[in-house]
Ligand binder design. Structure first.
Ligand code: ATP
Length: 237
């Protein structure tokens, strides 16, 4: 579903991502872990086609995001760590705007908006302007908007930050459901307990380079992801 092939991205002299290769298959929840500044956001943005990269390639369902960005973007959704929404719109206006962009038939989008806004308890707030939303409410709106066009690949940057425990629980259910229906999820997180419980696979990067990747159980071994992460940090410090 998503193939990152020898991705390298530099900002001036700084190599933010260095020869990174990863493969995310349909049905997988894939967690992306790394210290602050490790290169997670850079990788996610490159995978969404919103950040050019120096070398390597990124394929969505076998199609290069470099060569056919529009075809790829029809299949993906991205939720950034700080969703930049159009604050002057109401929640429902924003969702309909996204539905229009992706040409989602009205009946289908209404059904999805109702389902996800009820699950995330945002339904009663959809008539309010986004500038009156809290951070968590904006995060919920971004989640709903990401699911309107039924993407095949969902990418998220720190999706649990700002969500209350119930919303976080609901999001995990939505993520599992999404993958059970054949979608794939690639997301970054610093919450290693969540990654350990939720992810089929994880990858840890440090200084833009892949340190370890594989099945969560294999990477964790007899310890915990937290211990593995801290040990690897010490080894590579
Ligand atoms: P965090 O966990 O703090 O969100 P991250 O793993 O997402 O970190 P990135 O945001 O990808 O890390 O940053 C990787 C490196 O690239 C960092 O050293 C950062 O300073 C640098 N960087 C990111 N964006 C830019 C930019 N626009 N210009 C210059 N350097 C950048």
């Amino acid at each position: 579903m998503l193939k990152i092939d020898h991705l390298t991205k530099t900002y001036g002299e700084k190599k933010a991502v260095d020869d990174l290769s990863l493969h995310i298959h349909p049905g997988e929840i894939f967690g992306f872990i790394g210290h602050n500044g490790a290169g997670k956001t850079t990788t996610l943005k490159a995978c969404c086609g919103i950040l050019r990269f120096d070398s390597g390639d990124i394929l969505v369902d076998g199609v290069s995001i470099r060569e056919q960005p529009l075809a790829c973007k029809q299949k993906i959704a991205y939720i950034p760590d700080n969703p930049d929404l159009y604050e002057f719109l109401t929640g429902i206006q924003y969702l309909n705007f996204i539905g229009d962009i992706y040409k989602v038939p009205v009946r289908e989008r209404e059904e999805r908006i109702a389902r996800y806004s009820e699950a995330l308890e945002l339904k009663d707030d959809l008539g309010q302007k986004i500038n009156a939303y809290s951070h968590g409410m904006k995060q919920k709106l971004a989640v709903i908007s990401a699911l309107i066009h039924t993407p095949r690949l969902l990418m998220m940057d720190e999706p649990f930050v700002g969500l209350d425990p119930k919303a976080a629980h609901t999001l995990k259910e939505i993520m599992r459901d999404f993958c059970e229906q054949g979608g794939a999820i690639f997301f970054s997180t610093h919450v290693l307990e969540v990654a350990e419980k939720l992810c089929d696979k994880v990858a840890i990067i440090r200084g833009g380079r892949l340190v370890i990747a594989g099945d969560t159980e294999t990477v964790r071994g007899d310890t915990s992801l937290e211990e593995v992460f801290l040990e690897l940090e010490d080894e590579h410090a």
